[in-house]
Design a protein around this ligand. Sequence first.
Ligand SMILES: Cc1ncc(COP(=O)(O)O)c(C=O)c1O
Length: 396
Amino acid sequence: MTDKKRNAKYGAQTNLIHGGTQRSQFGETSEAIFMNSGYTYDSAEIAELRFKGEQEGFIYTRFGNPTTKMFEDRLAMLDGAEFCYATATGMAAANTSLFSILKAGDHIVAGRAMFGSNVYIANDLLPRFGVESTIVDGRDVSAWQAAIRPNTKVFLLETPTNPGIELVDIKAVSKLCKANGITLIVDNVFATSILQHPFELGADIVFYSATKLIDGQGRAMAGAVLCNDEEIAAQVLTYIRQTGPSCSPFNAWLMLKGLETLDLRVQQQTRNAETVADFLYNRKHIKNMLYPFHKSHPQYKLAKSQMKGGGNMLAVEFEDQATAFKFSNALELILYSNNLGDTKSLICHPATTTHQRLDEEFRQKLGITAGLLRLNVGLENVEDLIADLEQALAQL
Ligand SMILES: Cc1ncc(COP(=O)(O)O)c(C=O)c1O
């Protein structure tokens, strides 16, 4: 559980630096890395009490670890959540959120524009275990409503979406959830709680790929599941304890240190992305540019009402794949990579990488056209990024 008193006493940036810190007997300034799998007990009786849950303390790193707990508590403070559980990857977090609360006979509704692996879980994996799924256009609140069935247990959405930069109205969708006893799960990877607070907008579970902006430096994989409901938290914890999607303490330490600079990085990368969006908008060869805080975005008003900034991700669409490839190959500073959230600017072609396993018709529905590129704007000098984009455009 989060240290509420401390949360209220200090500002968000202070909590990102100090939140959750538990010093060992050595009084280290930077948090310690506890690289251990097991724990010793002073007696058999104490071990029994710990296993019964009648005495606080760690048992086994698959269940919990001091370094991992510092990361969980710090992230929980940022999100304003009671409970947070770290996982090995973002997909382990997505999987844990769904499998810990669903059972055969349930039905889920998912926004169609999502990271490819989220689509796989909803569309292919869950039906194999007797959970039906309906995929809707997440932008259309009435489509969410129309998809509700008596056995609908979960709404799953991502906003802004990867890679189409579409938005879902979290508040409007959460109202439907509240009225129908549905659990709302939000993948908050693109915005992070620096720019968007899904719990304040009505989410029940929020999950992250910490691999992205939380680490922010392309070093390690991790994820996290957050919630405020004690019953959901117990189900998530049991699922993690028994099935083992747990986070390595070393990776948790990297994420803990990543959180210290998250606000600064996200704010500056957002400023850079705004400048890049202004530069790319209406340029020759560019058919479409999507950035939540650019006036040309079809959901600009929604973006302004539910986000504090447009984030560091944008999408650019060229006429066809050949032009998109030529442009991305011509970039010198911006690297070609399917990762995102990094301080290094990265570009990729989702139709042939992250979303290549989806069939062509479904990809078209998601707006993942052959000419679409996804751009992760990093922390470089923005003038250098513009110069790189300009020289690549000049080669088309
Ligand atoms: C929106 C979104 N959710 C989840 C994930 C999965 O995260 P991970 O790669 O850490 O498993 C990603 C990865 O790109 C993502 O972009």
